[in-house]
Ligand binder design. Structure first.
Ligand SMILES: [Zn+2]
Length: 409
C-alpha cells in the first residue's frame, strides 16, 4: 500500500467553506482556505495521445488551505484516486541547458560540500534518473532509484547496468533499501500525507545516524509573493516554505544541516540528518510564519486580479492577430490555460522535449509542437512559462529566425 492511498482525502468542500481538515504537516486544525479553482486536470504532464483523450481527462478541484500553525499549504480537496503516475508521465527538465547547468552545480555541491562520494544513494521519485546518474558518475556513487515513471530504455547501457531502478511508488515496503544518502527531489509536493511520508523515511533509517537526507522542492514563498497562480495545480497537493519544511523535518526527528534557496529562489534545498528526538528551530530562514501568513492573505486578495490580467492580456494578443503561443508544455502551462480559461486564444504550445511533441495537453487539448514547427507558425508573441528560461528561449528564437515578442510570466 502506498503512502497516498493510506490516507485518502475525498472532501467535497463547498467553495465558501472557511475551515479545512487537519493540516497533514502538523496535525493542527487551524487551516483556512485562501484560493479555489474548480475542475482542473488531475495531471498536467501526462502525455495525451489525441485531443479527445486530452479533453476528457479526469479533473479535480483545488482548495488551497493555509495552516496558521505551521505555514504549510495544501489542497484540502485533493483526491489521491485521481493520481496516475506511469512511464508516460513526462516531468523531465533535462532537455534545458539552463536546467542542466543548475543540476550540474547541485551535483558538484553534493559531492564536494556534503562529501557524497563512494556512497549508496537511494533516490525516492527519481523520475527518469538523469540526476541520480549524474550524482553517481560525479561521486563514484552507487544508485537506487524508485519511481513509477522511470524509463530505463532512455538511459545509456552503462547507467542501466549500474543503477538499480524500481518502477514503483515509494512506500513502507521499500524500507529495506538501506542507503547512505536518501535523495528526494520534486516529489514531496506531490504527496498529501507529508508527515506520514517523512515518518516512513525516518523509520527506515532507524539508528543509523550517518545517513544524509537531501530534499529539493518548489518554494511557495515566491508563488505567493508574485501571485503565480500557474504554480498552483492539482498534481501539487502540498506547498512548502523554508519554515514549514524545516518544521516538518524537525518534528519527525531530523536535524537540519543546511536549508537554502536556488534556481532564482524557486527551489528549496534541505540537507538533514536523523537524530533520536525532534529538534528545535535554529536557522534564520525557518522564521517565516508571520511573513507567510501575510503573503497567504495577499495571495487570497490578489489572485483573481492576476488571473484576469493574464486572461485579458492573452485575449488582446489574439484579437490583434498576433497568434500568441506558450513556451513550456509543463504543469505551469496547463494551470495557466485552465485557470485563466484560455482555449482558442492560444492555438499551440511549444516544448523542447521531443517526447512531448506531437502530444496534447490534458484538459485543454492544445497540441505540443517543436521549436522548429514554431517557425512555420510564425507567432507574434511567445509567452515563456518560467522566466528563468527567457535567455535560453530568446537564443532559440534567434537561431530559428523568429522575431516574436518574448514575454515572461
Ligand atoms: Zn500545519
Amino acid at each position: 500500500m502506498t503512502v497516498q492511498s493510506r490516507q485518502q482525502t475525498d472532501s467535497a468542500q463547498s467553495v465558501n467553506s472557511i475551515k479545512a481538515p487537519c493540516c497533514p504537516n502538523c496535525g493542527s486544525s487551524s487551516s483556512r482556505q485562501i484560493y479555489s479553482v474548480d475542475g482542473i486536470p488531475a495531471h498536467s504532464v501526462l502525455l495525451m495521445p489525441d485531443q479527445t483523450t486530452a479533453t476528457q481527462y479526469p479533473r479535480g478541484d483545488m482548495r488551497l488551505s493555509f495552516c496558521e500553525q505551521c505555514g504549510f499549504l495544501s489542497n484540502s480537496a485533493f483526491n489521491v484516486k485521481l493520481n496516475e503516475y506511469n512511464p508516460d508521465y513526462e516531468e523531465t527538465q533535462h532537455f534545458s541547458a539552463r536546467f542542466n547547468e543548475f543540476a550540474d552545480e547541485l551535483v558538484a555541491d553534493l559531492v564536494n560540500r556534503f562529501g557524497i562520494r563512494n556512497k549508496r544513494v537511494l533516490e525516492i521519485g527519481c523520475g527518469k534518473a538523469e540526476f541520480l546518474w549524474r550524482l553517481c558518475e560525479a561521486g563514484n556513487n552507487e544508485g537506487i532509484g524508485v519511481d513509477p515513471s522511470v524509463r530505463p530504455e532512455r538511459l545509456s547501457t552503462e547507467s542501466r547496468q549500474k543503477l538499480q531502478l524500481i518502477p514503483e511508488l515509494y512506500s513502507e515496503e521499500h524500507a529495506q533499501l538501506q542507503a547512505d544518502v536518501i535523495l528526494c527531489r520534486h516529489t514531496l509536493e506531490h504527496i498529501q500525507p507529508t508527515r506520514e511520508f517523512l515518518d516512513i523515511i525516518r523509520r527506515s533509517i532507524g539508528d543509523r545516524s550517518n545517513v544524509q537526507v537531501c530534499f529539493e522542492l518548489p518554494d511557495v514563498r515566491i508563488v505567493l509573493e508574485e501571485t503565480r497562480f500557474w504554480d498552483v495545480y492539482y498534481e501539487h497537493c502540498s506547498y512548502f516554505s523554508a519554515g514549514s519544511l524545516a518544521r516538518l523535518f524537525r518534528a519527525a526527528s531530523f536535524e537540519i544541516v543546511d536549508l537554502w534557496r536556488d534556481y532564482d529562489d524557486q527551489y528549496l534545498l534541505l540537507m538533514a540528518r536523523p537524530v533520536p528526538q525532534p529538534t528545535v528551530a535554529s536557522l534564520e530562514i525557518e522564521d517565516d510564519l508571520s511573513e507567510l501568513s501575510a503573503l497567504a492573505a495577499a495571495f487570497e486578495v490578489n489572485s483573481q486580479t492576476q488571473i484576469t490580467h493574464w486572461r485579458d492580456t492573452i485575449r488582446q494578443f489574439h484579437h490583434e492577430g498576433r497568434q500568441p503561443v506558450l513556451w513550456g508544455a509543463g504543469s505551469k502551462c496547463v494551470a495557466f490555460l485552465t485557470t485563466a480559461g484560455l482555449e482558442h486564444e492560444v492555438e499551440v504550445v511549444v516544448d523542447i522535449n521531443p517526447h512531448k511533441q506531437g502530444k496534447f495537453l490534458p484538459a485543454t487539448g492544445h497540441p505540443v509542437i517543436s521549436p522548429a514547427q514554431l517557425k512555420e507558425y510564425a507567432p507574434g508573441v511567445v509567452v515563456v512559462m518560467n522566466s528563468i528560461y527567457l535567455n535560453e528561449v530568446q537564443q532559440q528564437l534567434d537561431q530559428l529566425g523568429i522575431s516574436a515578442e518574448l514575454i515572461g510570466t
